[in-house]
Design a binder for this molecule. Structure first.
Ligand code: HMG
Ligand code: MG
Length: 298
């Protein structure tokens, strides 16, 4: 019933940090990402090449990309909204570009200042160029279950966006429960539709844990054969355009679940714990992961 192995992408340095008001010094980010690079995780989203006015925390994306010690076993990707972002990201030495848009009109507009239809030609060009440069391209689709402004989002609306991104040439799709509202029955309904069209290997699930449902939703996704998940160390994070939304499922918690079930990830839980304590100390606040809180109390 359960997969033998699962692949985790660590998105803490991007999704985790992007909403933190207190700027983390570049040197600390670099040291932290270097710790993550040695944990056994194979994919790290290290930053974001968006407008620094929108996400000041990640305005040092270039420097971070230049200074991190690359582990050849790790794929380093970054968020890219347009051609300007792609140019900067390529100069910073990305292995992979993550483009992003929403399945709901209002969230898309608030997040990237464009309608869904106006976003397609921009991402189409980015995807084509990034592929020409030999980069891996992931297409994030946000608000795949619920939109903070419009409510329920239908699987059809999600599929429409997926179809265009696939047509433009993304290698895989990361489906985002941006505000962490989904329950397993919604996950099943969406995956029924998505997996009729795309092989499960192309699908990554990206759960935010606002209501504590992420672990249940991950189990449901695995039941459908999904073996790729995004997570953020310690559960750090939130979305600047989704008020009140919490961070992604904590890497610490998903590892506890998977390893406890005998599912391999290749990641060293202790090293992830150390990296979580490191950033927790730098931020001066406790991160939401329950496994981390338990470890801290020992
Ligand atoms: P815009 O204002 O419409 O952009 O913003 P524009 O093309 O009209 O350009 C305006 C100015 O911005 C110009 O400068 C551009 O050069 C500059 P000026 O000529 O006025 O001096 N500019 C840039 N500068 C640096 N880097 C760039 C860039 N692009 C333009 N890449 C834009 C459009 C997309 C840039 C803006 O809305 C933006 O940066 N949005 C980012 C929003 C964001 O980061 N959201 C969080 C990430 S998404 C997320 O968290 C969800 C996810 O985790 C999945 C999930 O959970 O569902 C992925
Ligand atoms: Mg996210």
């Amino acid at each position: 019933r359960w997969p033998e192995a699962v692949q985790i992408k660590e998105v803490g340095p991007r999704d985790g940090l992007q909403n933190e008001k207190n700027l983390v010094p570049t040197a600390d980010k670099v040291a932290w990402i270097n710790m993550l690079s040695e944990s056994g995780v194979k994919e790290i989203e290290f930053s974001s090449f968006v407008h620094p006015k929108w996400v000041p925390q990640l305005s040092d994306a270039h420097e971070v990309g230049q200074k991190i010690k690359r582990n050849p076993e790790v794929q380093y990707s970054a968020l890219v909204p347009n051609m300007k972002g792609l140019d900067l990201a390529l100069k910073a030495g990305i292995d992979g570009a993550s483009v992003f848009m929403s399945a709901s009109e209002t969230h898309n507009k608030k997040n990237i200042n464009k309608s869904i239809d106006d976003t397609y030609p921009i991402l189409g060009e980015v995807i084509k160029e990034a592929k020409k440069e030999g980069k891996h391209v992931t297409g994030y689709v946000s608000t795949v279950f619920d939109c903070p402004y419009e409510g329920k989002v239908s699987p059809d609306a999600v599929i429409r966006v997926c179809e265009r991104l696939i047509e433009f040439g993304v290698d895989d799709l990361s489906l985002g429960d941006t505000i962490g509202t989904a329950v397993p029955s919604q996950v099943e309904q969406l995956l029924e539709a998505v997996l009729q069209r795309y092989p499960k290997e192309k699908i990554i699930m990206h759960f935010h844990d606002t209501r504590g449902m992420a672990i249940a939703n991950i189990l449901s996704s695995m039941d459908y054969g999904i073996t790729r998940f995004d997570s953020s160390i310690g559960g750090l994070g939130g979305c600047p355009y989704a008020p009140g939304a919490a961070g992604n499922v904590a890497t610490n918690d998903i590892l506890y679940l998977l390893h406890g079930m005998g599912i391999k990830t290749g990641i060293d839980e202790k090293k992830i714990q150390d990296a979580a304590f490191f950033i927790q100390n730098k931020l001066g606040k406790s991160l939401p992961s329950k496994s981390l809180a338990y470890a801290a109390a020992q």
